[in-house]
Design a protein around this ligand. Structure first.
Ligand code: ADP
Length: 399
């Protein structure tokens, strides 16, 4: 059974075609620069590649091209879209409406579009892609939406409310939503399996560290708190995002620069984080390289990220009244031995001890990196959000 997984942004449409019989990826690619000019890059599992400039005025033309490359030419992997059993879409913001995946209907697309105010960069683009997909694929092919926020809907009000007047929660839905939920759900259950335990019996701190980073407390398989908030700007220092700062610093800086709210948002989302602190780069590899060469601001950026993660591990251990395992995932979490070491050093009181040799030798694969004596197990768990979207899609259409 084949499932097409789609991750649409405002100017891009990433896709993977997954064979659910063995969960292998048959082809993947990206329709990029939608609304600008257009480019598609496509790769099949057996190494056939296709790259071309195209015209993508809207998501519809991008979808049409995607169908064309999957079904025709040297790089085709299927004969017709009828071979695809369902399409699963990643959606960033489901707010309080969607606490689980659901089948796509015109009403669901309108609801997703209606949440655009809460996720301006993403939700409207998702709605455009959903409408384009509906117009292009066979009418009999079911579509499913899987939300980044859904896993975090189990947080209690004491964790998700802000100390702002309650009326603004009721009127404007201002609260913590959390993001990366599909990843945290995937890796925490993969970890339970690797540990040979029931997830219901585990207290896990899940650290998803990439260009965007979030830390989640998973107690018994359910999210009880998470570091991202109303938007994916809150929490720890990221590639270009500042993470949590004193709100008064925000209004102060905005008034000093004469920024509008949108300009201040750009400053915090695009010019801050690793990039803003180091002045070197938003990319962790560049930061680690510069830090090794003695760049003080790059060293500071690394130390800030690690220190913030340590504090989240501490506070989420308190929130769950214990912790059995800490896991690292995402581009940085899976690959950066330096960041993992910085986080885990100095946490022996918490029962965290890692084996530096194993830590240094491991990249991008499932691996326990804590010592046999470590009270808390520490693991690297590669994430795979597309696969979980495909599994959710399959589960829903099988019902
Ligand atoms: P996104 O949040 O966009 O999905 P990723 O999860 O791909 O991002 O993470 C990107 C980050 O991972 C970048 O900061 C990059 O430097 C870092 N990264 C990727 N590979 C390595 C590596 N081998 N060593 C250190 N950092 C890495």
């Amino acid at each position: 059974m084949l499932i097409l997984v789609v991750n649409a942004g405002s100017s891009s449409l990433k896709y993977q075609l997954i064979n659910m019989d063995d969960e292998s990826v048959l082809a993947k690619g990206n329709c990029d620069r939608i609304g600008i000019d257009g480019h598609i890059s496509h790769k099949t599992a057996d190494g056939r590649a296709f790259d071309a400039d195209c015209t993508f005025p809207t998501h519809t033309e991008a979808f049409e091209k995607l169908v064309e490359v999957l079904t025709t030419g040297d790089h085709a992997v299927i004969k017709s879209m009828d071979e695809i059993s369902a399409v699963g879409h990643r959606i960033v913001q489901g707010a309080e409406i969607f606490d689980r995946p659901c089948l796509v209907t015109p009403e669901v697309i309108d609801q997703i579009d209606g949440l655009a105010e809460l996720a301006p960069v993403h939700n409207h683009a998702h709605a455009l892609a959903l409408r384009a997909c509906t117009a292009v694929i066979p009418a009999t092919t079911p579509q499913v939406v899987v939300f980044d926020t859904a896993f975090h809907q189990t947080m209690p009000p004491k964790a998700y409310m802000f100390g702002l007047p309650y009326e603004d929660y009721e009127k404007y839905h201002v609260r913590k939503y959390g993001f990366h939920g599909t990843s945290h759900r995937f890796v925490s259950s993969a970890l339970a399996e690797a540990m040979g335990k029931n997830i219901e019996d585990l207290k896990i701190v899940s650290c998803h560290l990439g260009n965007g980073s979030s830390i989640t407390a998973v107690n018994g398989g359910k999210c009880v708190d998470t570091s991202m908030g109303f938007t994916p700007l809150d929490g720890v220092l990221m590639g270009t995002r500042c993470g949590a700062v004193d709100p008064s610093a925000v209004t102060f800086v905005a008034s000093k620069h004469g920024f509008t709210p949108d300009e201040m948002s750009q400053y915090m989302n695009k010019k801050s984080g690793f990039l803003g602190v180091s002045g070197v780069s938003s990319d962790n590899r560049d930061i680690q390289e510069a830090a090794k060469q003695g760049n003080k601001r790059a060293q500071l950026a690394s130390e800030m990220l690690a220190y913030e993660i340590q504090k989240y591990i501490g506070s989420y251990t308190a929130a769950m009244n214990g912790v059995d395992a800490v896991l690292f995932t995402g581009g940085i979490g899976e690959n950066s031995a330096e960041i993992r070491e910085l986080v885990c050093s100095g946490m022996s009181w918490f029962g965290i001890e890692i084996d530096n040799e194993i830590n240094n030798a491991t990249r991008g694969k499932l691996q326990k990196i804590s010592t046999p004596d470590s009270k808390v197990e520490v693991w690297i768990v590669p994430t795979n959000e597309e696969l979980l979207i495909a599994r959710d899609t399959l589960e829903l259409i099988s019902k």
